[in-house]
Design a protein around this ligand. Structure first.
Ligand code: BTN
Length: 262
């Protein structure tokens, strides 16, 4: 399957590279797991732990969807100890900005709010989903689950907007390097002031400056408007067609020209 076997996610290769680039993070490597969310519970939660797998048999996505996790992708969880200022959406946004920055040295990409990374033609190359976990000692940790389609070649027919970086660039990518780069950027972005992160997020966000359609899955209500910015808490600032300014913190946003919304 691989043209160059060194591009394949490998425990051996990572054991040398990962510590050099990210000395403060502990890496746990799995050939296969149900989900890195489950694997994280078995290794014990600690701040900065990174759990990665070459395959997941029960990968989970947003809105209860399945996340197809065949060989060729990176499936990882990054554990962050939560503090008073780090809400789940904000930490997820910090990671989305960091992942987008890391991937942009391989492909032109942007963030589709809240947590997808899309190529310039709107193909989803990465999804992020976070959950909180509480340990026996009652410390609160956030498990940020990141799925990156690096060299993935097969996608479910129900996912017409999914693509891999390898396919889009027509170049097999090095999964080990990308994992190390993503973790380095997450460390860097976590150390930035939140205001700086949301400023950067806003510049990388494909929705800002575009018409958006906010669909509330609970009641099916749709609001249309213009997205004017990202708020400091990572919610979306939208001016509706009626002229009201609202903050969007839930639901699914579609952008004109992306995800079939034209
Ligand atoms: C989405 O639906 O866009 C979010 C996808 C998140 C997938 C990642 S892969 C690593 C982690 N483990 C999972 O089971 N899901 C997340």
């Amino acid at each position: 399957m691989y043209i160059n076997i060194e591009n394949r996610l490998s425990e051996d290769i990572l054991s040398q590279k990962f510590k050099e680039k990210n000395p403060d993070n502990t890496l746990y490597f799995f050939e296969e797991t149900t989900s890195t969310f489950d694997a994280a519970d078995t290794v014990g939660l600690s701040d900065g732990a990174v759990i990665c797998a070459r395959r997941q048999s029960g990968g989970r996505g947003r809105l209860g969807r399945q996340w197809h996790s065949e060989e060729g992708g990176i499936y990882m969880s990054v554990i962050k100890k939560a503090d008073m200022t780090s809400s789940l959406p904000l930490l997820t946004a910090v990671c989305a900005a960091a992942v987008c920055k890391a991937l942009s040295s391989h492909i032109k990409c942007m963030i589709k709010w809240p947590n997808d990374i899309v190529s310039e033609d709107g193909k989803k190359i990465c999804g992020i989903l976070s959950k909180t976990a509480i340990t026996d000692s009652k410390s609160v940790y956030v498990n940020i689950g990141i799925g990156i389609n690096v060299n993935t070649s097969k996608f479910d027919s129900s996912l017409p907007y999914a693509a891999s970086i390898g396919r889009l660039t027509q170049k097999e990518q090095n999964e080990n390097d990308i994992l190390c780069e993503v973790v380095s950027e997450i460390n860097r972005y976590c150390d930035m002031p939140h205001s700086k992160v949301t400023e950067e997020f806003s510049k990388m966000c494909v929705n800002v400056g575009k018409k958006v359609r906010v669909i509330n899955y609970a009641d099916g209500k749709i609001i249309e408007g213009n997205c004017i910015d990202i708020n400091p808490d990572a919610t979306l600032r939208v001016v509706t067609t009626d002229g009201d300014e609202i903050s969007v913190n839930s639901g699914e946003v579609s952008v004109r020209g992306i995800y079939d919304y034209v």
